[in-house]
Design a protein around this ligand. Structure first.
Ligand SMILES: [Zn+2]
Length: 334
């Protein structure tokens, strides 16, 4: 193998040195500068294409490069090696395979990270209000049966909170019938839940910790945000990606009974995503401003729950899903 003459630049000094390049049958490119030898896989060397009489440049992976004006010699050198080296072709094929696998993994990741939430959002919004109602009634029945007891709040206190809730709900352009329901629970800490139908479940524990009705209003505004964002159903759907895929393929919305059996668990035991919480927070901020409720009320309540502690309840309270973080505090100051 004869190789070709090139002018070599080591990348550190601007002075060029004469060097020889040749390529072996295994598609390795050898460089000889004086008594210094280096070799690189040909595939790792960027070689500029032939363009008139401009010099051909070999860019090596170590940052050095070589040039020559002898275009024909370069073509001969490359032609021999490409023709002669089946190993090079194999190498090339392997790159295609590896590249395809990487592309596939990225695609699947994209489907899971972006596609599933997207589909869940579409499906959640496609579920008709009548189905929302059925799902919510079944969910409430399950919760009533297993975890909830009647409220101990006075009628007067309930009415007082309901008046503001109804006023907040009235101004919202949404197809749901917003309703406020009170319950108590010895099993669940101070908490509140949003059902897809627009029913908000408020637990006595949370009302009792509040020192001002406006703190309860703040939580109600946040929960209304969860209804409008359809966060409950979206969470259930996102968690059941397989069901979702089947639904997307068959064009069939997932059965209401399967959603109704999954929703109580999602509401009581798991937390909404950070993104959903932020959405509900922003919605609440807007609603509170409209109702002249000082935004800090939300943070004041959360901080108090944090101080008092949720007790040693078996199931998490509002705080576990809504920590009184600094970030939240900053958002909810006037
Ligand atoms: Zn929330």
């Amino acid at each position: 193998l004869s190789g070709i003459e090139v002018l070599y630049f080591d990348g550190r000094t601007s002075r060029g040195e004469f060097a020889r390049l040749h390529i072996d049958v295994q598609a390795r490119l050898f460089l000889e500068v004086g008594d210094h030898r280096a070799s690189f896989p040909l595939a790792d060397v960027a070689i500029s294409s032939r363009l008139g009489n401009t010099p051909r440049v070999f860019q090596f992976p170590d940052g050095s490069r070589a040039e020559t004006r002898d275009n024909d010699a370069v073509d001969r050198l490359l032609g021999d090696s490409y023709k002669g080296s089946w190993i090079h072709r194999l190498e090339f094929d392997r790159r295609i395979v590896v590249g395809s696998v990487i592309a596939l993994v990225v695609l699947m990741w994209g489907m899971i990270e972006l596609g599933v939430p997207w589909a869940a959002n579409r499906l959640a919004h496609a579920i008709p209000p009548a189905a929302d109602k059925t799902i919510s009634e079944q969910t409430l029945a399950i919760l009533d049966d297993r975890l909830l007891e009647p409220t101990r709040l006075s009628e007067e206190h309930q009415d007082r909170l309901r008046r503001v809730f109804d006023r907040m709900a009235d101004g919202i352009d949404d197809r749901h019938d917003f309703r406020l329901e009170f319950r108590s629970s010895s099993a669940i800490g101070p908490n509140a839940f949003a059902l897809p139908s627009g029913t908000i479940l408020m637990l006595d524990g949370l009302v009792e910790i509040a020192e001002h009705d406006e703190e309860v209003h703040a939580v109600l505004a946040h929960e209304i945000g969860h209804v409008v964002g359809r966060h409950g159903l979206r969470s259930v759907l996102q968690d059941s990606a397989v069901v979702l895929l089947i639904g997307a393929i068959t064009g069939d919305v997932v059965s209401t009974s399967s959603l109704a059996s999954a929703l109580p668990v999602v509401l009581v035991e798991t937390r909404f995503s950070r993104e959903f919480e932020q959405e509900a927070d922003l919605f609440a901020l807007d609603l509170m401003r409209r109702e002249d409720i000082p935004p800090r009320r939300f943070h004041e309540l959360l901080s108090r729950i944090e101080e008092v502690g949720g007790g040693d309840d078996a199931l998490p309270g509002f705080l576990s899903t809504h920590p009184a973080t600094e970030e939240r505090g900053r958002k909810f100051v006037e």
